[in-house]
Write a protein that binds this ligand. Structure first.
Ligand code: ATP
Ligand code: LTN
Length: 335
C-alpha cells in the first residue's frame, strides 16, 4: 500500500444546532484549505453535545445537517476521513483513561465550563466539566499534529497537549503532542449586535449572528442593523470593534485583504459599507447553501459516508486504544 507521509490534522464541530458565519470562517473554511497538505480527519462531535440538554430528534437532524454542511463547504469524504464521534467507541474509552490523569482544578478553570455553567445553570453536569478530556481523546487517538479551531478553543487544546505530555511522561512515548492552528484572520468573528462578544449560535438575539441557513434578505437585513462605532471612516482599529469585525468578515468572504477593503470603501458611509458586506456574505454563502440543500436530501449517501468514515477511523483509534490499555497494565483479551 502507498505510504502517506503527510502530517495528520484532526478537527470537529458539535452538531448542536445551526452553524454560524463564525463557525464557518473560524473553523470549517480552513479545513478545506488544509485538505491537500494533511491527512485530514473530521468528526461530528455528537457526544460533546450531550453536555447540554438536547431534544433527541433534533440532535439526529442536526447531525445530518452538519455533515451536509461539511461536504457542501468542500470537505471531500473521498479525500479525508469524515465520521461521527459516537460511532467509534474508542473516544469514550480513552476519555476514561485520560480522566485518571486529569485534575478537577484544571477543568473547573476553563472559560467555556464557567460560561456554560452560567448559561445552563439548571444542568451543570460532569460531562460539561469533562468536555475537554473527551476533546483530548478525539485528538490524541489519531496522533494529530495539527488541530484547526477558532480562538475560543485554544484553552482546550492546551489541556490536550498537557495530557499527552503527562501520559507520555508517566508511561512512555505514546501520544503526539498536537499544535493548534488558529488562522490569523477570522479566528474570532464577533456578534453583529455587540462587537465585544463572540458571534455565537446560542445568542438569544438572532440579529447577533448569521446562520448559514439564513436567506439572502435576512443576511442583508442583519448586516444593515449591525452595530457600528462612532466616527464615519471605514477603517480597522482597536477603538472601532464593529467596523473591524465587518472588515474581517468582508475580507474572509471576498479574499481581499483588510487594507484593500479599506481602500475600496474610502469616503463611503457606514450604511453603504454594511450593505456591501451583507451582499458579499450572501453571494459567498448562496452556492454553499444550494449544495447543502441537495446533499441533505440523500440520507443514504450520508449514512454511507458515516459508515465508511467510522470503519477507517476505527482502525486507527482501535490500535491506539490497545496500545494505551497495554501501557497502563490492562491485560488484552486473548480469545
Ligand atoms: P456556542 O456558541 O453554542 O458555544 P459555537 O458557535 O461556539 O457554540 P462550537 O461548536 O463550539 O460552536 O464551535 C465550532 C467551531 O467554530 C470551533 O472551532 C470554534 O472555535 C469555532 N467558532 C465558534 N464561534 C466562532 C466565532 N465567533 N469566530 C470564529 N470561530 C468560531
Ligand atoms: N469543542 C469543539 C468541538 C470539538 C473539537 C474536537 C475540535 C470536539 N472535539 C477535537 C477540535 C478537535 C468546539 O468546537 N466546540
Amino acid at each position: 500500500m502507498e505510504q502517506d507521509n503527510r502530517k495528520t490534522l484532526f478537527s470537529a464541530v458539535q452538531p448542536s444546532g445551526i452553524l454560524t458565519l463564525g463557525n464557518y470562517i473560524g473553523a470549517i473554511r480552513n479545513w478545506k484549505l488544509l485538505m491537500n497538505d494533511y491527512r485530514c480527519i473530521y468528526a461530528l462531535a455528537d457526544l460533546h453535545t450531550l453536555t447540554v440538554k438536547q431534544v433527541p430528534a433534533e440532535l439526529r437532524a442536526h447531525s445530518y445537517d452538519l455533515a451536509a454542511w461539511y461536504i457542501a463547504c468542500g470537505i471531500d469524504p473521498e479525500k479525508c476521513i469524515l465520521f461521527v464521534q459516537s460511532h467509534v467507541h474508542e473516544h469514550a474509552e480513552l476519555t476514561w483513561v485520560l480522566n485518571t490523569i486529569t485534575y478537577p482544578g484544571e477543568l473547573s478553570r476553563m472559560t467555556q465550563f464557567k460560561d456554560k455553567s452560567r448559561s445552563h445553570a439548571d444542568n451543570v453536569n460532569m460531562g460539561l466539566m469533562d468536555y475537554p478530556v473527551l476533546m483530548a481523546s478525539d485528538i490524541l487517538l489519531y496522533s494529530a499534529d495539527l488541530v484547526p479551531v477558532g480562538a475560543d478553543q485554544k484553552q482546550h487544546l492546551e489541556i490536550a497537549r498537557d495530557l499527552a505530555i503527562r501520559f507520555n511522561g508517566r508511561w512512555s512515548d505514546t501520544f503526539t503532542v498536537p499544535e493548534p492552528y488558529i488562522s490569523k484572520s477570522g479566528a474570532k468573528i464577533m456578534s453583529l449586535q455587540d462587537p465585544e462578544k463572540k458571534m455565537s449560535k446560542s445568542d438569544s438575539n438572532v440579529r447577533a449572528f448569521i446562520s448559514l441557513d439564513d436567506d439572502r434578505d435576512t443576511i442583508i437585513r442583519k448586516f444593515k442593523s449591525a452595530v457600528t462605532d462612532s466616527g464615519s471612516e471605514v477603517r480597522a482599529a482597536e477603538d472601532k470593534p464593529g467596523i473591524t469585525n465587518l472588515l474581517t468578515i468582508y475580507s474572509c468572504v471576498t479574499g481581499k485583504s483588510v487594507e484593500e477593503a479599506e481602500k475600496e470603501f474610502e469616503g463611503q458611509l457606514y450604511g453603504q459599507f454594511k450593505l456591501a458586506v451583507g451582499e458579499a456574505v450572501a453571494d459567498h454563502l448562496e452556492p454553499l447553501k444550494k449544495e447543502k440543500d441537495r446533499i441533505i436530501k440523500d440520507k443514504d449517501y450520508l449514512d454511507g459516508v458515516f459508515s465508511n468514515g467510522a470503519a477507517q477511523a476505527e482502525r486507527i483509534a482501535g490500535k491506539m486504544l490497545s496500545k494505551v490499555y497495554r501501557k497502563v497494565g490492562l491485560i488484552p483479551r486473548k480469545f
